[in-house]
Write a protein that binds this ligand. Structure first.
Ligand SMILES: [Zn+2]
Length: 349
């Protein structure tokens, strides 16, 4: 009977037990690894699905960074899609969440820059200002922060602070000559202590040194010094302010001056205010003049869009700084026949 039972002190039993333990441990480790891998794959698949649906939440971005080790730059690129789609609140949430996890100062600075830019684009100027000042505390030569602070002060009409920022930009060798002129003109226009006639002569002084402020000057004259505007209009490039001239009230137009100039005669013939023109060098005006001179009942009108001669992008409204590249006074008015023309035509078919 003893020969059939293996004694537990038998060395063979000992070796067998050790192998059994090793086998069980290996099996459990293997099974656990498979479980973890499957779980991760499922998570990953769910994640990719969310990604495809454009459904990523702020936490998902943190996961991408901390769990899936996606490079920082790629995450920033993904999050910037919110910025491009105009979903500023989502972009802000992602940048703020990432700021809590990112340790390197360079990355923190980049995130703060993006946060400031997002607030700026979303119109939250005060928050944007706070973020950029925070950046300047540890990185006083940060160009992007200084430039955006300049834009913010300009928008808030805080021209004295804008001038301080220009000095800082000047110190880091940025070319701010044009910005200084522009700011000087804005300061004059908004100065409540100056008479309009004083403003006119100060603006003319700047204009004579640099024609770039032409539109600012003419806009001012049209509002506050119409007499000077009409007396001197033919000395300026009137095509550049075609939109301003087009939308003038009938009573604000000096028709004695209009008579003396071909462009003005064409423009106001196209508008239907005078009948002295047959054709214009500007196609859209020519079309309008022809319809006004004919007996056809065609309801045509003109509207304008603006194209930046620096970045070539367009804007629906005139802005003194291009809304895309922030260049100063680079938007040019382009006339286009209004939709009514095509509707009228299509109804004839
Ligand atoms: Zn531009």
């Amino acid at each position: 009977m003893n020969s059939l039972v293996v004694d537990y002190r038998d060395p063979i039993f000992g070796i067998f037990t050790i192998f059994l333990i090793i086998f069980v441990a290996s099996f459990l480790t293997y099974a656990y690894n498979i479980y973890i891998e499957r779980k991760s794959r499922k998570e990953y698949r769910d994640f990719v699905k969310k990604f495809e649906l454009g459904d990523l939440k702020e936490d998902d971005y943190i996961n991408l960074y901390t769990t899936y080790n996606l490079p920082f730059d790629s995450i920033i690129l993904l999050a910037s899609s919110f910025l491009h789609k105009g979903e500023y609140n989502k972009a802000v949430s992602v940048y703020q969440a990432l700021l809590l996890h990112v340790k390197e100062p360079v990355k923190k600075e980049e995130l703060l820059e993006l946060l400031g830019k997002t607030y700026f684009r979303g119109g939250f100027l005060q928050r944007s200002k706070d973020v950029y000042f925070k950046i300047l505390k540890f990185s006083p030569r940060n160009k992007q922060a200084l430039f955006h602070l300049l834009l913010i002060h300009e928008k808030l009409k805080d021209y004295e602070k804008a001038k301080d920022i220009l000095e800082s930009l000047d110190e880091i060798d940025e070319d701010v000559k044009l910005d200084k002129l522009y700011l000087k003109a804005l300061t004059i226009i908004d100065d409540v202590k100056l008479q309009n006639s004083e403003k006119t002569s100060l603006l003319l002084e700047i204009y004579n040194k640099n024609k770039i402020i032409e539109r600012l000057l003419l806009q001012f004259l049209l509002r506050f010094d119409k007499g000077y505007f009409w007396e001197n209009i033919t000395q300026f490039d009137m095509v550049k302010i075609i939109d301003l001239l087009w939308y003038l009230d009938f009573s604000d137009i000096d028709f004695d001056i209009v008579k003396t100039d071909k462009f003005l005669t064409d423009l106001y013939s196209a508008k239907g205010y005078v009948k002295n023109s047959q054709r214009s060098d500007i196609f859209e005006l020519s079309v309008l003049i022809s319809t006004k001179n004919s007996t056809l009942d065609v309801n045509l009108d003109l509207n304008f869009y603006f194209i930046c001669n620096k970045c070539k992008k367009t804007a629906p409204m005139y802005e003194t700084r291009c809304p895309h590249c922030y260049s100063i006074l680079t938007l040019k008015a382009k006339p286009q026949l209004s939709k009514g023309y095509y509707e009228k035509n299509s109804s004839l078919q």
